[in-house]
Design a protein around this ligand. Sequence first.
Ligand code: IMP
Ligand code: MG
Length: 181
Amino acid sequence: MSHPEYTIEQLISAKSIAARIEELAIEIQEQFFGTEKLIVVGLLRGSFVFIADLVRELDLPVEVDFLEASSYGDEIVSSKEVRILKDLRGEIFGRDVLVVEDIVDTGFTLSHVVNLLSSRKPNKIKTIALLDKPTRREVNIKATWTGFEIPDEFVVGYGIDFAQRNRNLPYIGCVKFTPTP
Ligand code: IMP
Ligand code: MG
């Protein structure tokens, strides 16, 4: 499948992301102070860079697990049907859980994942999203912590892709489509 040409404009610098993660880590540590073990659940694939930076700022006993929910495929419109493509490896019953998401857009993915994990009766479940597009919300859900609220723009970088590309950008950028001649 071919894609129209596009350019990327920086929206959030790598430095701003790092500074925000330091702030968020302090709040997360307060929330989970005294935990025996915090299970940090990254939603694949978009959160892999964020979770890597976040856990290194957490001075808590941490275990990392991953879950993959179906996403956009190669399209830029969201599908309301959320499927679990890869489940957790570990048990979360009675545990403290932090779900790490890249972007909350319509909210379908995060709400589905939180409902699923809550049914396994963790002790406490909290959520963090690097980015939030509140104007796009269709399900009433908000992450416990949000890195940055952004406008309704399609973004890439820092783990986030457009048709699997641009995950390796160190910053968050907006995709700007250039008209085809
Ligand atoms: P939701 O279920 O509509 O909230 O969508 C959440 C998922 O859609 C996120 O985990 C992202 O993977 C993806 N997504 C939402 N907005 C963007 C974007 O601007 N760029 C790339 N992926 C996005
Ligand atoms: Mg994605």
